[in-house]
Ligand binder design. Structure first.
Ligand code: BMP
Length: 258
């Protein structure tokens, strides 16, 4: 049986300010739900986050799928984040050599480092990717998640790769706040386990995505946070569906409390 500390207790143990902040939001809103706002029009994203904002600890974006990107959109997104008290996670999965990743994070048209609280990375290219992201993110008090496992069928991540990623996270807790994963990978209560590939019913899509239920992800597998995209965004009743996911993930976590 997996046992967990409460979000508040875990927050107290954190020296990383971003993790502390996130645990604070999770406790206050009783939410370990992240919504993945995978729409291509900025208005759709803003409407979605205004509805689900009160129920999520974080909103995940793929900023490079937005067709009408503008600075004004970012300004409004930041206003929503403040209004509803959630963090912004840009799911860019940086994976190149350090110098390139640094430019991708800081420059281009998106200037991700100026607005995203949290980003993520594949450490496939070695230590440079993390060193580069840290050079920019650390002084801005940003956080980074490492992709340690994936939800998609046939993904090429091996157990050795996952273990090496966990080691990197544990050695870089000044910047790394946890993992994108399918299973609980570290006993360290200050590292977060965030799991995508979640719907209320187990299943799959037609392009290799595999879904587990919130109960399976949180209480059986011991992860901390669910990331839900289409399960919420394609629902006819976005608000009540978000509430259903929030309650199911939160109740599943509460069952594990020591
Ligand atoms: P959906 O719930 O609609 O399947 O969306 C899942 C989201 O999580 C997508 O934005 C996807 O890019 C992301 N994701 C994933 O599905 N599996 C992973 O292993 C890692 C991800 O970031």
């Amino acid at each position: 049986q997996i046992k967990k500390l409460s979000f508040t207790e875990r927050g107290k143990l954190c020296t990383n300010q971003m993790t502390k902040k996130l645990f604070g939001i999770m406790e206050e809103k009783k939410s370990n739900l992240v919504v993945s706002a995978d729409f291509t029009q900025s208005q759709q994203i803003l409407e979605l986050v205004d509805k689900v904002g009160p129920h999520v600890c974080m909103v995940k974006t793929h900023i490079d799928i937005v067709e009408d990107f503008s600075q004004d959109f970012i300004t409004k997104l930041l206003q929503m984040a403040q209004k509803h008290k959630f963090l912004l996670f840009e799911d860019r999965k940086y994976a190149d050599i350090g110098n390139t990743v640094k430019l991708q994070y800081n420059n281009g048209i998106y200037h991700v480092s100026s607005w995203a609280d949290i980003i993520n990375a594949h450490c496939i290219s070695g230590l440079g990717v993390l060193a580069a992201l840290k050079q920019i993110g650390l002084e801005k008090n940003k956080g980074c998640l490492l992709v340690a496992e994936m939800s998609s069928t046939g993904n090429m991540i091996t157990a050795e790769y996952t273990a090496a990623t966990v080691k990197l996270a544990e050695e870089n807790k000044d910047f790394v706040i946890g993992f994108i994963c399918q299973n609980r990978l570290s006993d360290d209560p200050t590292l977060l386990h965030l799991t995508p590939g979640v719907q209320l019913k187990k299943g799959s899509d037609d392009l290799g995505q595999q879904y587990l239920t919130p109960e399976e992800v949180i209480s059986k597998r011991g992860n901390d946070v669910i990331i839900v995209g289409r399960g919420i965004t394609q629902s006819a009743d976005v608000i009540n569906t978000a509430i259903a996911y929030k309650q199911s993930a939160y109740n599943a976590y509460c069952q594990l409390l020591q």
